[in-house]
Write a protein that binds this ligand. Structure first.
Ligand code: SF4
Ligand code: SF4
Length: 379
């Protein structure tokens, strides 16, 4: 935290949401829906999950009453920022057959409309956004739709103060405190008197918006309390992943019998890849109407767990669930580093929480080191 560190009260946070709305942003934040915390458009503090926490473990997610007024007192929700910035179904182009059947009118979908302001982005998900920037913007062919959304997006990150049983961002060195890539970053303080948010400024744009709301300069005590709650959160991670030599461990275990053990449990349902904030694999679907005149091309999320994903000229390269799980975890924890210079996992724990079979990436990686597989931590 720096000399720029400011403090907002509850009214100030509402003013921040209002200021972003007035600037034309669609403000997206955490809300409760169907027993889970999901992202949705918000306009008021009343839209946030006040006093709601979560319990997460392998194949287990429940909301709980925290008994306090915390607005961000939960861990990684069911969704990351991925569905906002990189939607699961994106129209790439439309075509219409004309009188001359060799001519196709092609209409490229314009860049998406109002920019998004994302409120409450966790440090793990922030790191995942930066990975998507690297993958979708900085390689030979940039994704123009992602680029348009990302260029205009405004990010208000929030430090995690109450990590879940499936969190392991400390192992992956991605959290629990946001470390850049945000416009503003909040640390919520509610246990020592006044409910307030210590605000770090990450960009000039963030400073401009913050100047429009009633923020005061943080006291040394505010900063010390914020640092203490983050340090305490770091010590309460529900999971850990030993990362030393992990890449070589995975490459050395290509033929391990352990993959058969995982395959006996894995349903190849693709949940783990869909909830993962870093997974970015897609396929292309072409659809026509019944007249055969109009056609559309969509880019849709795909998964290395589907048999069709690795179909190449007459067959699937990865026919077995064994080979698909091995591919997924090896890409996340080994090959990603060769491709992009970091692990492909940010330790959000979603793949553990939302796997119907309770398969746990930390446990499976540990098993390759010879550490026995444990059952759920939940009693
Ligand atoms: S690891 Fe779990 S979530 Fe992933 S495909 Fe297998 S059963 Fe589904
Ligand atoms: S692999 Fe699992 S824990 Fe890692 S970033 Fe993806 S969903 Fe989160």
């Amino acid at each position: 935290m720096t000399d720029d560190t400011r403090v907002l009260g509850l009214a100030g946070l509402q003013a921040l949401i209002d200021a972003l709305g007035l600037r034309g942003y669609t403000v997206i934040g955490p809300t409760v829906r169907d027993g889970a915390i999901v992202n949705a458009p918000i306009s008021s503090l009343d839209d946030l999950p006040r006093g709601i926490g979560d319990e997460q473990d392998a194949a287990h997610y429940r909301l709980r009453d925290r008994g306090d007024e915390a607005l961000f007192g939960f861990a990684a929700g069911a969704q990351s920022a991925k569905p906002v910035l990189f939607p699961s179904d994106e129209l790439l182009w439309r075509s219409r057959r004309t009188a001359d059947v060799t001519v196709i009118d092609r209409e490229v979908e314009p860049p998406p409309g109002p920019p998004y302001a994302l409120i409450g982005v966790r440090s793990c998900d922030l790191r995942a956004i930066l990975m998507h920037d690297q993958i979708l913007l900085e390689r030979t062919a940039a994704d123009v739709h992602y680029a348009a959304r990302r260029a205009e997006s405004f990010v208000v990150a929030v430090a995690c103060t109450d990590p879940a049983g499936t969190c392991f961002c400390v192992s992956m060195d991605t959290g629990p405190s946001p470390r850049g890539g945000y416009d503003l970053a909040l640390t919520e303080l509610y246990a020592d008197g006044e409910h307030r948010f210590v605000v770090a400024v990450g960009t000039d744009r963030g400073a401009e918006v913050l100047a429009e709301v009633a923020a005061t300069t943080a006291t040394a005590d505010d900063v010390a309390v914020a640092e203490r709650v983050i340090t305490e959160a770091s010590g309460r991670m529900g999971r850990a992943l030993q990362t030393d030599g992990l890449k070589y461990l995975l490459y050395a275990n290509v033929e391990s019998p352990h993959w058969d053990d995982v395959a006996s449990r894995c349903l190849a349902c693709t949940n783990c890849t869909l909830v993962c904030p870093t997974c970015f694999c897609t396929s292309v679907e072409d659809v026509t109407d019944l007249t055969g005149v109009n056609a559309e091309r969509h880019r849709v999320w795909d998964s290395c767990f589907s048999e069709e994903f690795s179909y190449i000229h007459g067959g699937s390269v990865r026919e077995s669930t064994r080979s698909r799980y091995r591919q997924w975890i090896t890409h996340k924890l080994a090959a990603w580093e060769d491709q992009f210079g970091s692990f492909g996992c940010v330790g959000c724990g979603r793949c553990i929480t939302w796997c119907p079979a309770g398969i746990d990436i930390t446990v499976e990686a540990a098993a390759l080191r010879g550490t026995p597989r444990k059952t759920s931590q939940r009693s």
